[in-house]
Write a protein that binds this ligand. Structure first.
Ligand SMILES: [Zn+2]
Length: 197
């Protein structure tokens, strides 16, 4: 996926000389290919693709969203644990957008034959959308809604459609079944990132 693959490296802050505003610098692009998470356990978050069936992804996504709502309603969510690591708020914005992007991709795979997914520059999105200055309660609601929508999409995939294919811009091939697992790992890993920051 073009989604941010964890951890999120950033280059630090720039403090404007005229105000006290702190603006995150553009972050280093993450070009790592995380498709290996489909074939072996993740040594960081412990996610094991072999232990999850694609028919379970919708429920896992709904449960995960509840965890993010709790996290985003705690104090201090705007604080970066390190200058080079996203805050809980920034991760929450990203996870919201991951759900939206994957919903779009699954719908493409359901309606088109072997679509190639548009590239998503997640780092540019974080800057352009002002992740760091968003309202945490609003993001929590948006994340929960986006998770519900994509969970419904997965829950309604016809039994004979899980093998439909799609292509990332880097050539990686997915089926709806494998991309659902890939999607789930991404958000599980980001919850790990936040817990262990
Ligand atoms: Zn992981």
């Amino acid at each position: 996926m073009a989604s941010r693959s964890p951890p999120v490296p950033v280059t630090g802050f720039a403090r404007c000389c005229h105000t006290d505003a702190v603006t995150p610098q553009p972050i280093d692009p993450d070009t790592k290919d995380w498709t290996w998470v489909l074939s072996r356990p993740c040594p960081d978050c412990g996610f094991d693709a072999a232990s999850v069936h694609h028919s379970q992804v919708a429920d896992h996504i709904r449960n995960d969203a509840g965890g993010w709502v709790s996290r985003l309603n705690q104090p201090g969510v705007r604080i970066r644990p390190q200058p080079t690591v996203w805050s809980t708020l920034e991760y929450g914005c990203h996870v919201r957008d991951v759900h939206r992007i994957f919903n779009h991709r699954i719908r493409l795979m359901l309606t088109e034959d072997e679509p190639q997914f548009p590239n998503w520059d997640q780092d540019a999105t974080a800057i352009a959308d002002g992740y760091a200055s968003r309202d945490p309660a609003t993001v929590a609601t948006e994340l929960f809604d986006a998770a519900s929508i994509v969970a419904d999409t997965y829950a309604n995939v016809p039994a004979d459609a899980w093998t439909r294919r799609g292509l990332r811009s880097n050539g990686s091939e997915f089926t709806i079944a494998t991309i659902s697992i890939y999607h789930l790992h991404d958000i599980v890993h980001h919850a790990y990132d936040v817990r262990n920051a």
